[in-house]
Ligand binder design. Sequence first.
Ligand SMILES: *[C@@H]1O[C@H](CO)[C@@H](O)[C@H](O)[C@H]1NC(C)=O
Ligand SMILES: *[C@@H]1O[C@H](CO)[C@@H](O)[C@H](O)[C@H]1NC(C)=O
Length: 272
Amino acid sequence: MKSTALLFVCGAALVGAAVDPCGSDVCQFKGKDAANCSAIGQLGDGVLRAYTACSQDCLDDLNIKREAIDPDLLATLFPNPDGTGGSASGLVNYLRFDGSSVAMSLRAGFPTFFMEDPDVAGKVILRETVGGVDCTTNESGCYSQLTTYLKTTQGSTEMAQVGQTLWNNVALSKELEQGLCRIRGCQYYDGDDADAAAATSTCADAFSAVADIRAGTTKACSAFALGPAAQACGGGGSTSPDAAQEDGAGAHAACSAAALALAAVAAAVLTL
Ligand SMILES: *[C@@H]1O[C@H](CO)[C@@H](O)[C@H](O)[C@H]1NC(C)=O
Ligand SMILES: *[C@@H]1O[C@H](CO)[C@@H](O)[C@H](O)[C@H]1NC(C)=O
């Protein structure tokens, strides 16, 4: 059932691309966008539409925040969206001192060094010994071992994958933020004045772009959340854990990255 629906979405997403998702004025959410870049959305009809992106100030005023990792921190850990050139010691510090679920899942990706805490579900902790070092008495020694490992050929390859995954996840969450912002613009157009202050200030341009399109459709406002753009432009495929869980292997093979991102955004919205 799920993959049938997804395949339908795929077909639709590939048919009516009226906007070039790789256009230089389209937000890619990988740190190099023009301040006035356009965010792409569609309304479940497969036609990609360019919207004035909601600015960070607008998102802040609407209390929309979906980033799993702070983009500024990410840029210091991994300056390049392809994950290359990352800082081994920076990543180790992040893994060591950040207690977020993102850090936990990244820890789990290095099973030689970390294991799931037998007492606390979802917590991933340093092993008791790593490479002959007793981590219970010499924690920093164990983290030094990890730094050393990340500088080996294999370790640096793994590290680059971590960086790429993080960048892709940030792009997906930024895209989701734009979709959530468009919903609010649609609701405002429909007469919900809860966001009136932002609508006439920080969000004015973005909401007015939504209003233009809202005027021509009777779809529910939730349809305005549909992406995609970030992954549509050769963005490295589906990296969202949500997407990976939601679709079957067959659907994966048949779908473009664009449709997977769309499915991920839609799934994320449905679970809000
Ligand atoms: C964005 O800004 C650039 C330079 O300031 C300008 O050339 C371009 O036309 C603008 N694009 C849009 C969509 O406003
Ligand atoms: C801690 O482990 C490191 C190896 O990473 C080692 O060089 C150092 O001597 C150890 N320190 C102590 C106090 O055992």
